[in-house]
Design a protein around this ligand. Sequence first.
Ligand SMILES: NC(=O)C1=CN([C@@H]2O[C@H](COP(=O)(O)OP(=O)(O)OC[C@H]3O[C@@H](n4cnc5c(N)ncnc54)[C@H](OP(=O)(O)O)[C@@H]3O)[C@@H](O)[C@H]2O)C=CC1
Ligand SMILES: O=C(CO)[C@H](O)[C@H](O)COP(=O)(O)O
Length: 479
Amino acid sequence: MSASASIGVTGLGVMGRNLARNFARHGYTVAVHNRSAGRTRALVQEFGHEGEFVAAETAAEFVAALERPRRLMLMVQAGEATDAVIEEFAPLLEPGDMIIDGGNAHFADTRRREAALREQGIHFVGVGVSGGEEGALHGPSVMPGGSVESYAVLGPMFEAISAKVDGEPCATHIGADGAGHFVKMVHNGIEYADMQLIAEAYDLLRQVGGYGPAEIADIFREWNQGRLGSYLIEITAEVLGHTDAVTGGPFVDVVVDRAGQKGTGRWTVQTALDLAAPVTAISQATFARAASGQTALRAAYRGLPGGTTPVLSRTEAARFASQVENALYASKVIAYDQGWSMIQDAAKEYGWDIDLAAVARIWRGGCIIRASFLDRIRAAYAQDPALVSLLTEKDFAQEITDAQVPWREIVAMAARRGIPVPAFSAALSYYDTLRAERLPAALLQGQRDFFGAHTYGRVDKPGMFHTHWADADRPETDA
Ligand SMILES: NC(=O)C1=CN([C@@H]2O[C@H](COP(=O)(O)OP(=O)(O)OC[C@H]3O[C@@H](n4cnc5c(N)ncnc54)[C@H](OP(=O)(O)O)[C@@H]3O)[C@@H](O)[C@H]2O)C=CC1
Ligand SMILES: O=C(CO)[C@H](O)[C@H](O)COP(=O)(O)O
């Protein structure tokens, strides 16, 4: 077999198959391989006319089909499957070759794999890919980590197959080793928060506003024309407008209310705890999915008293919908701000030089959280690459100021009426926590010193102190 392929894709499932087609459609010769050869044959049979494919049945054939330095992309499940495929192919490769992992791998695994393969002179490139099946074919958002040298070779290919917004590719080198997978993980954490916030808005509009799903679909369609314009709002309108063919009722009413998850949201929360990054809207969104699946707990709580739930009049409902839009927008800004802040924390921790404006730029298209306001986030970080928070940028600050009253009213009304809004509440509390002049953390420090002599700082002098709580006169000493 002659080494004619610019890239090889192994793992021809939902994502791999379409990414391989996307490369081929952009003029690259693509070697294709799958554990079970049937998928390889099916791809070439069905889509062979779209470009140049080299079908390989064995690992040796696959590697032999690749031009040097070899570029071998894995599109398999994260974890053991990825390690198994690396173990199969790495011994067949040579220094300078590149293994690209396009799956949703945990960034810590990517760091481990990158370090191990670097010893053999192989570039291991962890790449976040977002956009699902359609995005993989028509243009995903691509978030490559790994070495600068690997991006010099792979960058033009990723940029070619990625989505384009205003002529700019939705692909950029994120940073060394696991930076690409880290940023993809945070993308998914933000995705969880955005979806939960939209779901809470729907619930309020339905339970308090008295709107039906098709009417709420129309409200979302209208919002999609404004500052909330995004793929997630757009598809939410589609889902809410869909009628179930069996019952003739709204589709959303026949779906079991237990949200699944593959794990990237959970990883975001676990990692945030390690980094002490307070991504509260993201974590509440993740826990909301977990709570929805707690069947026994839900049965135990069901029927306990809640708030009052009178439905609003149509006139009141229209005003209410506008308040919900404000609350949704303000909470969404907070959720995205939390994501960017977490990326900044990780960049410090892992020594990554991440261009925060570029992250916003490549999320404007192709990915699940693509949204019109990402262009403004891009501009904010382009103007000040070290921006600590979006809320210090004047236009975002003004919007949050303007959304204050309705945002608070929505959260308060939800509490009065017993409607769960964990992500709205978390976003508002985060805002109030960070803007507070003084936090009750001072009392926590006192409690910690009381029971564990954990010491505390004082506002009026440097150093750490301990109060001898058991002594009658409670003297304070330097710690
Ligand atoms: N689906 C999506 O929307 C998105 C998925 N991703 C990520 O992309 C990756 C692939 O996902 P997707 O295409 O949906 O998955 P699929 O389940 O459709 O395909 C999985 C592929 O992995 C192969 N595979 C699984 N285990 C092994 C193994 N031990 N050894 C060799 N090959 C193996 C399968 O081969 P076989 O045919 O032989 O079973 C199959 O080709 C995952 O990491 C996923 O998280 C990322 C973004 C979006
Ligand atoms: O990576 C993705 C998009 O960017 C997937 O859509 C995501 O994995 C879906 O996650 P979950 O199943 O946990 O909702």
